[in-house]
Design a protein around this ligand. Structure first.
Ligand SMILES: NC(=O)c1ccc[n+]([C@@H]2O[C@H](COP(=O)([O-])OP(=O)(O)OC[C@H]3O[C@@H](n4cnc5c(N)ncnc54)[C@H](OP(=O)(O)O)[C@@H]3O)[C@@H](O)[C@H]2O)c1
Length: 249
């Protein structure tokens, strides 16, 4: 059988009620995997759930910044062969407008929730040997943009965290990797589009030799990192940018 399949694997996907996380959940089910999906918005989470192939999937409505929600979910989830940490927000602010409150707003979802989730899942021994952890990061972790102090910082922190997981759990065959994506057409992209001028967006889009990304471009890479096909890859970050970082355009 191809090493790219996900049969007999149960994968938790956060942020599965929208955009990239939704597509990742659907792609995992298309590759034979079982998913446990989570998000805050029940209607949109159910939309994802209804689009999953085959049976046996589960969903949990949870705000990952809420300690009780997190604890309840971790208690109930089955043993996992993989986790895709996809939940995240983008809130751009110029530095002079930053405050403790705003730092918390971004870091609580984009970093603290992932750390807390990993801590609880490992404490409760919910990870099978050979499990694969995937974080959805951004090219802005290494190539930040103006106004991106919190978003870029939270993604850089996430990439470091992923490497620590790779080091702490390799003896159980557990791997951890990141996908650093440039702009992908999702509701998050729509939000960025609304907050920037048309000229700024047009200028930005021109810099992508292969155009903007689609959610399935990210989902295909996530499937690869979850599958045994990537069993020699850990502590890495895969860049998906349609050639944006080539910088020649
Ligand atoms: N789109 C891009 O251009 C792009 C590029 C690089 C990286 N990324 C990363 O990819 C990931 C997904 O982005 P997307 O574009 O798919 O965004 P999206 O469509 O806005 O989806 C964000 C997801 O995160 C969930 N979420 C947000 N806050 C949460 C909380 N407190 N608790 C639980 N879930 C929460 C949302 O749940 P609800 O629906 O319930 O609110 C939603 O499912 C993010 O980490 C983002 O940083 C995106």
């Amino acid at each position: 059988m191809t090493p790219f399949h996900l049969h007999n694997k149960t994968i938790l996907v956060t942020g599965a009620s929208s955009g990239i996380g939704r597509q990742i959940a659907m792609s995992i089910s298309n590759m034979g995997g079982c998913v446990v999906i989570t998000g805050r918005n029940e209607d949109r989470l159910l939309d994802t759930f209804k689009n999953l192939k085959s049976v046996g999937h589960q969903y949990f409505v949870a705000d990952l910044t809420n300690e009780n929600d997190l604890q309840e979910m971790v208690k109930k989830i089955p043993m996992l062969d993989g986790i895709v940490h996809c939940a995240g927000i983008v809130k751009p602010y110029p530095i002079k407008f930053l405050s403790k409150e705003k730092i918390k707003e971004t870091f609580s979802v984009n970093y603290e929730a992932q750390v807390e989730l990993m801590a609880q899942i490992t404490r409760q021994k919910k990870l099978n040997k050979q499990a694969s952890i995937v974080f959805i990061s951004s090219v802005s972790s290494a190539h930040p943009h103006k106004g991106g102090a919190l978003y870029a910082g939270s993604k850089a922190a996430l990439e470091s965290f992923s490497k620590v997981i790779a080091l702490e759990f390799y003896t159980s065959g557990i791997r951890s990797n990141c996908i650093a994506a440039a702009m992908v057409k999702t509701p998050m992209y729509d939000y960025s589009e609304k907050n920037a001028s048309k000229e700024t967006m047009d200028e930005h889009i021109k810099k992508y030799p292969l155009g903007l990304g689609e959610p399935d471009d990210v989902a295909n890479a996530a499937v690869f990192l979850l599958a045994d096909a990537s069993k020699w890859i850990t502590g890495s970050t895969i860049t998906l940018d349609g050639g944006f970082l080539l910088g020649g355009i």
